[in-house]
Ligand binder design. Structure first.
Ligand code: ZN
Length: 469
């Protein structure tokens, strides 16, 4: 583009003058999009994330793990980059470092940078994410630190590559469906095939499968397919690297659209499992079903999205229900439960470093508006399905709700799940190294913040920046 402009500058200036003289309104803006990918499969044996029971590092690769990036530019100053990662989780420090580097390098607003992890349980441990879950020697700890440092470079590079590849594009979106996610709190795993057969599965689910497609306007070829679904990537629990069912879904979509990049955005599937599970054919099958849901949506025709972009981001202080005393930490550090002891040591280190423990966690909430047609809500952590159902009802049919975004600090239960308790309600806080369950008001704090960001004036003329808080 640059070369062409330079070689016929005079001619194009003349043409532009003519154009302005004959058309009183400004030329319509158009999207530009850029896509890039980088392999992030560990090249050394590294501990695998997501399950406490593993006793050794990974032993091979089923299929590669990827960092993929989609950059968007609305032609009117609105620019953004989304990075999706075939990983279980990333911690706040890693996320803040990556986003700070990208913001500085590309003069991007922090609100316009989003990271999302697929939550595959056959990916590597990254940084301090879920560290109290594992008992690692020095060598294994160093392998994770080395991988994390290398990964940071790959993520910064892939986002930068996507921003460097911006070219004219059209954007459309739609909502499909896939039915393999099951509420894991309300159904006994072994009973699921029988319950499904009888139409008797219980508990809330979100079977929507939102799809955003980016095309080359000259050829109409697909360049990127972003798709979301609310379900854990826990079909597999073995010792081979894989993206689990979202990995297979991306492979399948890229097969059906040669030249296109498929990016998976994890939804609010913290209490949803792909059931039954534990075999590679099942992971492949769920992947194929997600891809089929995306393809059916694309074939049915997508809603065109107008080239206007607005991003808002803030961090809400989510309160913990209680904080331990120093004496309690000393007592817990001697607990027979090795995970309780591990968390207590983790928190004691934090106490010594910071002079105490924080009462709240800075929880990331992000809303991206694309035209008037799509509001993409990106929430941090492992968000239970109640949030997606409530927010879609409140925000209406333009809403796409994602979890596992920017960083994964804990499960994020609704008021209902918090009151019910169990793993997602509070039990998992131990593995995340957090001091106690959340306070009961976290659902309202998060929903109110989403509402506030989503209610800001739409993108384009007159849009004001919200104060960051
Ligand atoms: Zn999980």
């Amino acid at each position: 583009m640059k070369t062409r402009g330079a070689s016929c500058g005079l001619l194009s200036s003349f043409a532009a003058l003519l154009f302005i003289a004959t058309v009183p309104t400004a030329a319509a803006a158009e999207w530009k999009a850029g896509v890039a990918r980088a392999k992030i499969t560990p090249q050394q044996p590294v501990w695998m994330s997501g399950y406490a029971a593993r006793d050794r590092p990974a032993e091979g690769t089923l299929h590669d793990l990827w960092a993929k990036a989609l950059a968007l530019d609305d032609g009117n100053g609105g620019r953004a980059v989304l990075v999706t990662l075939d990983l279980c989780g990333i911690d706040r420090d890693f996320s803040v470092r990556v986003r700070k580097r990208l913001a500085e390098r590309h003069k991007l607003d922090r609100a316009a940078i989003a990271l999302n992890v697929s939550h595959t349980h056959t990916g590597p441990v990254v940084g301090s994410n879920l560290r109290p879950m594992y008992f690692l020697d020095e060598r294994q700890g160093k392998a994770i630190d080395d991988y994390t440092a290398w990964l940071e470079e790959q993520v910064v590079a892939v986002a930068s590559d996507a921003l460097a590849a911006l070219a004219p594009a059209t954007v459309g979106w739609g909502r499909g469906t896939a039915t393999f996610a099951v509420n894991r709190r309300n159904n006994v795993e072994a009973d699921v095939p029988r319950l499904r057969e009888a139409g008797a599965l219980k508990g809330p689910v979100d079977h929507d499968l939102p799809v955003l497609a980016v095309r080359d306007p000259a050829t109409n070829r697909l360049r990127a397919v972003v798709f979301g679904y609310a379900c854990h990537a826990t079909t597999l629990s073995f010792y081979q690297w894989s993206g689990d069912w979202p990995g297979f879904a991306q492979i399948e979509l890229e097969k059906s659209h040669p030249g296109a990049t498929a990016l998976f955005v994890a939804g609010c599937g913290a209490d949803q499992n792909p059931l039954p599970r534990r075999t590679v054919p099942l992971a492949e099958d769920y992947g194929r079903r997600a891809a089929a849901g995306a393809n059916a949506t694309i074939s049915a025709g997508l809603t065109p999205v107008a080239p206007r972009f607005r991003a808002d981001y803030s961090e809400v202080g989510l309160p913990f229900a209680a904080l331990p005393t120093r004496e309690q930490l000393e007592k817990d550090a001697a607990s027979k439960d090795k995970h309780i002891a591990s968390r207590a040591k983790f928190l004691a280190q934090q106490w010594d470093r910071d002079g105490g423990l924080p009462r709240t966690y800075p929880y990331p909430v992000q809303v991206w508006r694309l035209g008037d047609e799509l509001s993409l809500v990106l929430l941090g952590g492992e968000v239970v399905v109640d949030y997606a159902l409530r927010l879609k009802q409140e925000l209406g049919n333009t809403a796409w709700i994602a979890g596992y975004s920017n960083h994964v600090m804990a499960y994020i239960p609704s008021r209902r799940v918090l009151a019910e308790g169990g793993y997602e309600g509070g039990g998992a806080m131990v593995y995340y190294g957090l001091p106690s369950p959340w306070s009961p008001d976290v659902e309202d704090l998060i929903v109110n913040e989403v509402r506030r960001l989503a209610a800001a004036p739409a993108a384009g003329a007159g849009a004001q920046k919200l104060p960051v808080r």
